[in-house]
Design a protein around this ligand. Structure first.
Ligand code: GLY
Length: 550
């Protein structure tokens, strides 16, 4: 059974390019990035151009009103991690989302008060200032054009915009711009965004200050006031991205470069690889009961540590050295009983999967010289806070919900988190985004990342294992069905066709609770072949996803 499934997975043709590749959740954005490379731009130029284009063509998650993380590896092997995560506004405080009875309210995820200070434009600007080759205006211009001239709406975007607008009429910018005041867009219609085009023009002409000062900043603050939002002009002016030392580790001869806190993604990923470093997963087989049990037990333990210890390193001490200590990870591995699931109920806090669609978006880029960018950024929920900056034409994030509103109470993703992630002005909420790059013998090997809230980490983990251990093609690795365990609730969530009935029966007999769910993430990878070819794995779970290159 498994062999047949694997064979089928290899049949999905892997796109191959000789020199450059861009892959994202929207093929139009990938084309913008690849065109920048055709014009002689490098991976950073292409990343900035792709990121701005996603704001235009993938408004559910592409953003200038949110934030994210970029991991970079130059052809020579230099690396950086750029943190442009949103920050809590100056007026934020620990109990700001509790009602008079001390219960969490919906304001952490719906409406203007849910937004952190956006980081995307500052992040892209900083990356470009330091590493860009083309002029700033030339990498922003294609998105101005896309917003001005418009593009044909896909069926999924038409459905998404109708759903967004009809459920959020109270936010007048959202109703007017994305819902066309009730005359909802239909698939195939041209979607022009004149207010967004003007905003992008200001960014094109003035750089970072075209967003954080002047007209755009005022438009954001004007959007705050009718709805109790707290972002001020000063908050916007104060926003700064952080250059961080990328987190590094290894697995089976592959060197891994990934995102450090305030994302938990890279640390949890390296912990999982560290725990499994001596296990022969290849012999155990892809998604066999033995493999799934061992990996789920590993996920359970690492997610337990995530909840307990991780937060913004500018505000709390994250014990990374201890968490990544091989002796600690070996001890954690030795606690796994290969025949029985260990109950998560013995632990005192944890994570839980919510029902809301988790929207974030990832793109992977390799340029002609072999420089690579892995970028994941987000509004948090699909369409973020659902609030559109009326005069600016863009949605704002609801990233404040990634903080702990009340220790022990679940957030939007039913994440139960600890003190380390409590709200403080200027602090960044803990994330799960896991942009990652692998190399082997000093040469670039794989660029990978995904959206999906807490599932991101396990999606990236499984995609890497699929390529490095199970020898799947780039396309096979992202198409293969996935599963997820996050400590609490004590369940393995799995995609349709992830497990045979036999496998399910064995997992149940070991004591696991199994929950069949929908799609997990949208993982885009580029794998470098023996002769330098760029093999693209474009996740088929999102119908608009696509790649471009040459
Ligand atoms: N907003 C989802 C994350 O950052 O993990």
């Amino acid at each position: 059974m498994i062999a047949t499934a694997l064979l089928a997975l290899q049949i999905g043709a892997t796109q191959r390019y000789q020199k450059v590749a861009v892959v994202s959740d929207q093929v139009l954005a990938s084309k913008v990035g690849a065109d920048i490379l055709r014009k002689g731009g490098n991976a950073i130029d292409a990343a900035v151009a792709t990121g701005f284009a996603l704001e235009v063509v993938h408004p559910a998650a592409g953003n200038i009103g949110g934030g994210g993380f970029m991991v970079y590896r130059s052809a020579k092997g230099e690396t950086f991690a750029l943190d442009y995560r949103e920050t809590a506004p100056g007026k934020a405080f620990r109990e700001m989302y509790l009602d008079k009875n001390g219960n969490p309210t919906s304001e952490s995820y719906l409406g203007p008060k849910a937004s952190g200070v956006p980081g995307t434009v500052a992040g892209f600007y900083a990356a470009h200032q330091k590493y860009g080759k083309l002029k700033w205006r030339d990498v922003v211009e294609p998105s101005v054009q896309l917003a001005e001239r418009g593009f044909a709406i896909s069926p999924s975007l038409a459905d998404g915009l109708k759903d967004l607008a009809s459920k959020n009429k109270q936010f007048k910018g959202t109703w007017r711009i994305f819902g066309r005041s009730g005359n909802f867009y239909k698939a195939g219609e041209t979607f022009r965004q004149p207010e967004l085009a003007k905003t992008l023009e200001r960014i094109r002409d003035k750089g970072q200050s075209g967003f954080y000062e002047g007209e755009t900043a005022q438009a954001i603050v004007d959007t705050m006031n009718p709805g109790n939002g707290i972002i001020t002009l000063q908050d916007l002016k104060n926003y700064k991205p952080e250059w961080r030392k990328a987190l590094t580790g290894s697995y089976q001869g592959y060197d891994i470069v990934t995102m450090p806190p305030p994302s938990s993604g890279g640390a949890v990923l390296l912990m999982m690889f560290g725990m499994l470093k001596n296990d022969n997963l290849k012999t155990m087989g892809f998604n066999s009961a033995a493999t799934v049990h061992l990996e789920a037990e590993t996920m359970r333990r690492c997610f337990a540590d995530r909840a307990e210890y991780m937060g913004d390193p500018g505000f709390v001490e994250v014990p990374l050295l201890k968490l990544l200590d091989p002796n600690y990870l070996a001890k954690r591995r030795s606690e796994i009983d290969l025949d029985h699931a260990s109950p998560s109920s013995l632990t005192k806090s944890g994570l839980n999967l919510g029902n809301e669609k988790q929207q974030t978006t990832h793109f992977s880029i390799v340029d002609a010289d072999g420089n690579a960018v892995s970028n994941t950024y987000t509004l948090n929920d699909s369409y973020g806070s659902k609030v559109t900056v009326d005069k600016g034409g863009f949605l704002l994030n609801n990233e404040m919900d990634d903080f702990t509103s009340k220790p022990g109470s679940p957030n939007r993703y039913n994440l139960i988190q600890g003190e380390a992630n409590a709200i403080k002005p200027g602090k960044r909420p803990l994330s799960s985004m896991t942009p990652t790059i692998l190399s082997r013998n000093g040469k670039l090997f794989m660029v990978v990342g995904s959206p999906g809230g807490p599932t991101i980490i396990n999606t990236v983990f499984e995609a890497i294992l699929n390529v490095t251990v199970h020898n799947m093609t780039a396309q096979g690795a992202v198409t293969a069905p996935r599963f997820h365990h996050q400590w609490l609730p004590d369940e393995i969530h799995y995609e349709p066709f992830a497990f045979t009935n036999d496998t399910l029966a064995i997992l149940k007999s070991k004591g696991h609770t199994l929950v069949k769910g929908g799609g997990q993430g949208s993982c885009h990878v580029i794998v470098i072949g023996a002769n330098g070819e760029r093999y693209v794995g474009c996740d088929p779970r999102l119908s608009t996803a696509g790649q471009d290159g040459y």
